[in-house]
Design a protein around this ligand. Sequence first.
Ligand SMILES: [Zn+2]
Length: 502
Amino acid sequence: MKTGNGSEKTLRVVEALVPGACLCNSVPENKHRYNAQNMKTIVCLFLLIGAAVAQAEKISLVGATVINPADGKVMPNATIVISGDKIERFAMGKQDASTLGKQIECVGKFILPGYIDTHVHFFQSADLFTRPDGADLNSVRPYKDEVAWVKGHVNDVFERYLRCGITSVVDVGGPFWNFTVRHLADATPKAPRVAVAGPLISSVSREKLDLGDPPIVKIDGPDQAREFVRKLAEQKPDLVKIWYIVDKDHPVDAFRPTVRATVEESHARKIRVAVHATELETARAAVEEGADILVHSVVDKPVDDAFVKLLKDRHIILCPTLVVFERYGRTFSHQLNLTPEEKAWGNPEVIASLDVTKIPQDKLPDRIKSALAKPDEALDRIKKTYEVALPNLKKLEDAGVTIAAGTDAGNIGTIHGPALFREFQLMKEAGLTNMQILQSATVNAAQLFGGDTGAHIGKIDNGYFADLVILKSNPVDDIANASDIDTVIKNGVVYPADSILR
Ligand SMILES: [Zn+2]
């Protein structure tokens, strides 16, 4: 079994041979003035490239049950042929061994496209100190230390995603540093593919998060919004994100023109807009103003038929992020319900920090003090949120709205990587079928990821990236099996699951 960087090495060979990738594009004007020497050089280069591609290691996963949520098909005794970083082909039944390259026996296993978490935040660690605007614990651990820790643990977070079979993630908002994270992920074999939004265009300010490169930027009016989108566009964001926070001082209508201007300016640059809007009327306003993606469930009211129709007509993708709705309340009231996956594959320092009883009483912010004093009230609020959010998800799914799985990982108590398996449990509680859950985390999530990469992930099909998860038991029978991971394949490189975290 290939456990190293074999195919990535081959790819690097190709890059070395062809600096700047495509030779043809580097000589656009005087195409017809090549002299013989130039032509010879070009022919040589193409021969060399051909040799490098021919050497791209071919491996075949033989005999597994292949589950392709894109079309809902479950194919027994299938073979997936991987050439370099791509799926070359897949087929059922016995194959000609001479065409398979190196064979990996997968009888009794289940192969899916790698999972995709479409709502994470790399600027947050999920520890207790990561959102001082929500619970100010600067006197225990200064926020600048937290930020330094986060920046020093990006590779650790990447590996935890891979360990969970998550081969792509979407960071839907953070500092400009997010663009560095995307670059790092692109340059790191043992990392998921990363799509990012930059700083959130917000209706409210969050000064406590501003150490010079704030993740949340308060925008006052349409002109400022347009200017900020232009600044963001320079970084080629995968999405522009709006934080549409509503309270008595910030009514829905007050921020609406800013939302409209943000959408117009983004769409003019072919950038999609994702919006945080957790109330029905806020979400409706966001979609009416042209948003493409809703990054949370509606949690205040049951969605009505007009809203469901609006989402369908506009081809909106909705990411429910159910797990995050329980984790602040449960952490603060000392009733955290981390799953075995989270305990095993979450960062141990992050998890250790979440025990609020270890914080000296006099340093506890009021929000945590009152949650600790009345834990039942905290649980009751979570229950009420789910009484709305879960039926809303079921209604949208039944109506055919595109649902993309996402966790909001990085928020306090929502663990980077394995939080996705808690999300699956909650989607199941909402009444989604196991196949619908798998669709939300693969083919639908790929749509949210977007771009050329999004068009080549989330499916098992010819020409798609070889990003796969191999399971020991069948997740279509029981979604809990989605975490029964044997092997993860990212970009054609095979990682035995147990080898990923050091
Ligand atoms: Zn979020």
